[in-house]
Design a binder for this molecule. Structure first.
Ligand SMILES: [Zn+2]
Length: 355
């Protein structure tokens, strides 16, 4: 497999970077893009035009089924903008982010503009970008170069719409960071969402749908279990979901009385070990993901998360888990399941450093 190493960001690009911070590894990551699936199931495939050109003036069709597609990597003097081919086994998904999260501190008029964007569109979050005019100008230029060479079919129609902030915000990394890409060909938008991570020497970003989406991540828990104990941990998650006497089980039984729907939620449960190294000692935390019973309602979804956090995750073999959510959002990909100082992803044997 040919895979060029991802350049590590210079330490001065990451405020507060500390090389003793926890390391995150994600071996065998397996999530079938639930965070990106959004409302896809509500729209029949037949509603999608087969070719973008045949639609005279398409209404804003925003639902996109993520699927792999081609992208080009021209051999010219801008090769540093060529997208790296991520290995097949690279299945990492950003966890803990929602469409609401992408719109924090975005000007109301800008949000309306986003909504009106011509199909097909995605929102990208460039790595390490805090909102500032210089950054946004640089990101706009980089985005345009990257996308036009990777997706020549969309070259003539795509527009890059930078975020507009609603108010000045203090802090290490003021929002917003999202840039909307509108006017893509359907297949290009689907490809962008499928891989989610787009890495090149010059510019790296994460792609999100513009349609409402809610994370499947319900929290990280620490158990006296290592990576080899995955089957037991998943059993713990599923049995507590199915048990009407646990906080989360009770919530699920009450809100989703339909047995089949209920089972569907339980069966969607996945766990992912996260190796955390803190002060020279290593521990395994487990990220729990389950399809939300409220995939379109952020407020109800919060109650579901509250129930998850109040649950005593008990299993006879592993006793109980302890909630271990990172305190801050990852500065790099904006995920909430891991810290930002160093996000190292290990697809198969090829480590890919993304942050
Ligand atoms: Zn991250």
């Amino acid at each position: 497999m040919s895979f060029a190493p991802i350049p590590s960001p210079a330490p001065d690009q990451i405020p507060g970077e500390n090389h003793n911070m926890p390391l995150i590894t994600n071996p065998n990551y397996s999530m079938d893009a639930p965070t990106l699936r959004t409302q896809a199931s509500e729209v029949a495939d037949s509603e999608f035009p087969t070719t973008q050109e045949k639609e005279p003036s398409p209404p804003p069709t925003t639902v996109i089924h993520p699927s792999p597609g081609p992208y080009s990597t021209p051999q010219d003097d801008l090769m540093e903008y060529n997208a790296f081919h991520l290995p097949e086994s690279f299945e990492y998904r950003v966890l803990g982010i929602s469409s609401e999260h992408l719109r924090h501190n975005v000007l109301e008029r800008a949000k309306q503009e986003w909504q009106r964007a011509r199909n097909f569109s995605v929102i990208i979050v460039p790595f390490y970008m805090s909102f500032s005019l210089t950054q946004i100008q640089k990101a706009k230029t980089n985005t345009t170069i990257f996308l036009k060479r990777a997706f020549p079919g969309s070259q003539g129609t795509l527009t890059v719409i930078p975020a507009a902030k609603a108010m000045d915000q203090q802090g290490e990394e003021p929002l917003p960071w999202g840039i909307m890409i509108a006017g893509l060909m359907y297949c290009d938008a689907a490809t962008l969402l499928h891989h989610q991570f787009w890495l090149s020497k010059a510019f790296c970003f994460v792609a999100y749908p513009t349609t409402p989406f809610i994370s499947t991540w319900i929290g990280n828990w620490a158990f006296a279990m290592n990576e080899n104990d995955k089957p037991t941990v998943i059993e713990c998650l599923k049995s507590n979901l199915a048990n009407a006497h646990t906080k989360i089980g009770k919530y699920l039984h009450t809100k989703i009385p339909d047995a089949a729907e209920h089972l569907f939620v339980i069966e969607s449960a996945k766990v992912q070990p996260i190796n955390v190294i803190k002060q020279n000692s290593e521990a395994t935390h487990w990220a729990f993901t389950v399809d939300s019973p409220h995939p379109t309602d952020a407020n109800q979804h919060k109650q579901w998360i509250t129930a998850a956090e109040a649950t005593v995750w008990y299993h006879a073999e592993i006793a109980t888990g302890e909630l271990c959510n990172p305190r801050n959002t990852c500065k790099c990909c904006k995920g909430k399941d891991h810290v930002s100082a160093r996000t190292v992803i290990w697809p198969a044997r090829t480590p890919i450093q993304i942050g």
